[in-house]
Write a protein that binds this ligand. Structure first.
Ligand SMILES: [Fe+2]
Ligand SMILES: [Fe+2]
Length: 339
């Protein structure tokens, strides 16, 4: 884990700033973290001033709760839940992702720093994320939204496996680029899950979580943007690698494929949302395609990113055509079934 030195002991730099802000050579991870620490501090303070204090118990309809069999009540039965299959799949996926927080915490804590503003951010972010898992679980158990036994078994498997970044994503730049997109992706998924739950209580809870994810995204997006100004080529290479290899955080959880397909089929998180609501707005904010501070490596990475996005846009259309045909077939089959 990198450790920042206090300012008076900072070693002499062996690099120089070029007018416009960037430096004249590749920096080590520690140098990047040290250079960006004042910006991290500013944005940590911004975050603390914007973040709303909220309490999970205020978002759970406790009067719907009943004992389970072990306490003399009755155990879960699918008929007790009003949530649709799609809503259940999305809730489980979102919750297991939130549950896997220790794995993400490890990754962030190892690649950011424990010192100064970075350390404060990592602690604060972890505490906020933990609230998300708490409130979703309380809601699901009290409303009997999903099978609590299956949920617990899936949590054990998922957390024991941990989250694995494909392709060895280590280092600050890769991590900060990844979490920028991940936070925005979870924001979209939570918000759309709220819409399909058909329950104003669930919708309110998931909107609350989505608002947190948005603030997290803004912190990471700002820090990654600052890295892009500081070390444009290094940062651009990291961003391209992340975008071209992006996987949703739940990869590897039980039923991830089945649930992911259901979520994509019903517009909770699909390819168009990934492209238009996650990738494009962030890349626009970083001004990736209009920057003039890249060297040959940055230019190459940007070109690769551009080609990838063009291909993705074509794949979106193919995916939607297939999805429309599939949904039409399902609707036709449902129509043939006796009521
Ligand atoms: Fe979260
Ligand atoms: Fe978050």
């Amino acid at each position: 884990m990198p450790h920042l030195r206090s300012h008076d002991r900072r070693p002499a730099r062996n690099y120089a700033r070029i007018p416009g802000g960037r430096v004249n050579k590749d920096l080590t991870q520690l140098e990047i973290l040290t250079e960006l620490e004042p910006i991290a501090e500013q944005n940590l303070n911004r975050h603390l001033s914007m973040a709303k204090d909220w309490y999970p118990h205020d978002y759970v309809p406790w009067d719907l709760g009943r004992n389970f069999a072990a306490m003399g009540g009755i155990d879960w039965d699918p008929a007790q839940s009003k949530l649709s299959e799609v809503a259940k799949a999305a809730m489980i996926t979102n919750l297991l992702t939130e549950d896997n927080l220790p794995s993400y915490h490890r990754e962030i804590a190892e690649n950011f720093s424990r010192d100064g503003a970075w350390g404060t951010w990592v602690g604060r972010w972890t505490a906020e994320e933990n609230r998300h898992g708490i409130v979703i679980r309380d809601y699901l158990v009290v409303t009997r939204g999903v099978d609590p036994v299956a949920l617990e078994q899936a949590r054990m498997i998922h957390m024991t496996n941990g989250a694995h970044s494909p392709d060895n994503w280590h280092g600050f730049l890769l991590n900060v680029a990844y979490v920028t997109f991940q936070e925005l992706a979870t924001r979209v998924a939570h918000r759309n899950t709220g819409k399909v739950c058909d329950d104003p209580v669930a919708d309110r809870m998931l909107q609350r979580i989505a608002a947190d994810e948005n603030l997290h995204m803004i912190f990471y997006r700002t820090m990654c943007g600052a890295a892009l100004d500081l070390v444009p080529d290094q940062a651009m290479e990291a961003i391209t690698r992340i975008v071209t290899h992006f996987v949703m955080p739940g990869t590897g959880m039980p039923n991830f494929r089945r649930n992911g397909v259901l979520m994509a089929k019903h517009g909770i998180y699909d390819m168009r949302q990934h492209l238009e609501e996650v990738l494009q707005p962030v890349l626009k904010q970083w001004n990736v395609f209009d920057r003039s501070d890249f060297g040959p490596r940055g230019e190459r990475a940007r070109e690769e990113l551009g080609l990838f996005l063009e291909k993705l846009a074509q794949d979106v259309i193919k995916f939607e055509e297939q999805r429309d045909r599939l949904l039409a077939r399902e609707a036709a089959r449902a129509g043939l079934q006796p009521a």
